[in-house]
Design a protein around this ligand. Structure first.
Ligand SMILES: *Cc1c(COP(=O)(O)O)cnc(C)c1O
Length: 372
């Protein structure tokens, strides 16, 4: 089956009891069992699994082409569960440009476990090769990256990681499985903040890991989730599965709109630089074209007039909302440096845009009036 069809049907078997075409929502925390704990339909206690999470997990595994998937209360819970399932003293590489929460995990929590974390520019394969040669257990990549929109070559990095006996995990949140499938390119794990494009409506928090193999790593992470309990609530799983149904259709419009926004902003004097992998001028354009079906709904722009020009522009927008997060129907914009805490790493002249599903002429009109 093609991805568009899978997105609509995976995890969507009609309800056996009623024939309901939309999945029933099971809120039960406990499931009747026999006197010696014999399970009736495979369930026992919600923290250890429930029908709504199972449906979502099978849909995400199908969309990512994985052997299995796990769902979590948030994207960060998914990342933490994976990294904490590594043996103490593991050597981990993270991108020089990546999600703020991963940087915080690396700085504050991973060292408590004796892990060492290095930052690598994954867009530079020589740097990746050198980092692997120095000894790594897990490479954590993010492509396109937040908020610099850097692109790295998943297949080439998977080959290097495996040559050196390391695992490769890829944060696939910005692309979604519709545009990019890291497991097919050789990654061992693909991660999502399903809060973003999967949910798609800015109303449900969640995270997921899709595994290339149902092996020891999968078992360790599943066990950690069951014991530590960062479980996705059934209603959140239900909403996220509903989001899957329209994911390919939404991604097509996100991509088409973002491309137009990127081209418009690139044509303006006020803008020093547009970071969008769909532009031929983007340093990662060729790799993105090779490993992505389209270039996504996210971009960032850097203003010639620095921080003040960026903030003045963001303040004048009427359709784009100043807010964090991404992947919803509505267009959002954010001055990342302002929300990154005490030591911001994003350039002060940078704004990140999540281009939504509004009419493109209204979006361009809004950007145009704000530029003045
Ligand atoms: C939002 C996000 C996360 C974290 O996910 P939460 O659901 O907010 O915990 C991780 N990676 C990327 C790229 C994200 O955008």
């Amino acid at each position: 089956m093609r991805l568009e069809t899978l997105a609509i049907h995976a995890g969507g078997e009609a309800d056996r009891e009623t024939g309901a075409v939309a999945p029933p929502l099971h809120l039960a925390t406990t499931f009747k069992h026999g006197p010696a704990g014999e399970r009736i339909a495979g369930y026992e206690y919600q923290r250890e699994g429930d029908p709504n999470n199972d449906r979502l997990r099978s849909a995400i595994a199908a969309l990512e082409g994985g052997a299995a998937a796990l769902t979590f209360a948030s994207g960060m819970a998914a990342i933490a569960a994976l990294l904490e399932s590594l043996p103490n003293g593991s050597r981990i590489a993270i991108p020089d440009d990546c999600y703020t929460g991963v940087r915080a995990l690396a700085a504050e929590f991973l060292p408590e476990r004796g892990h060492t974390v290095s930052k690598v520019d994954f867009s530079d394969l020589q740097a990746v090769r050198a980092a692997c040669a120095a000894g790594l257990d897990l490479l954590w990549i993010e492509t396109p990256s937040n908020p610099g929109m850097k692109v790295c070559d998943i297949a080439a990095i998977a080959a290097l990681a495996h040559e050196h006996g390391a695992l490769l995990a890829c944060d696939n949140t910005f692309a979604s499985p519709v545009l990019q499938q890291p497991l097919a390119l050789g990654a061992d794990v693909a991660m999502h903040s399903t809060t973003k494009y999967f949910g798609g409506h800015s109303d449900v928090l969640g995270g997921a890991l899709a595994f290339a193999r149902r092996d020891g790593l999968f078992e360790r992470v599943a066990h950690r989730l069951h014991v530590t309990g960062a479980t996705l609530a059934p209603f959140s799983a239900w909403l996220t599965l509903r989001g899957c149904r329209s994911l390919p259709a939404r991604m097509a419009l996100h991509c088409a709109n973002a491309r137009r926004v990127a081209e418009f902003l690139a044509s303006r004097e006020e803008i020093e630089r547009v970071n969008y992998p769909g532009l031929a001028s983007h340093p990662g354009h060729a790799i993105a074209a090779k490993q992505m079906r389209d270039f996504g709904g996210m971009l960032s722009v850097q203003f010639r007039g620095g921080r003040e020009a960026a903030l003045a522009f963001a303040g004048k927008l009427k359709i784009f909302t100043n807010a964090t997060s991404l992947g919803g129907c509505e267009s959002l914009i954010e001055h990342r440096a302002s929300v990154e805490g005490p030591n911001p790493v994003s350039p002060q002249n940078l704004l990140r845009l999540s281009v939504g599903l509004e009419h493109i002429d209204d979006l361009i009109g809004d950007l145009e009036q704000a530029l003045g």
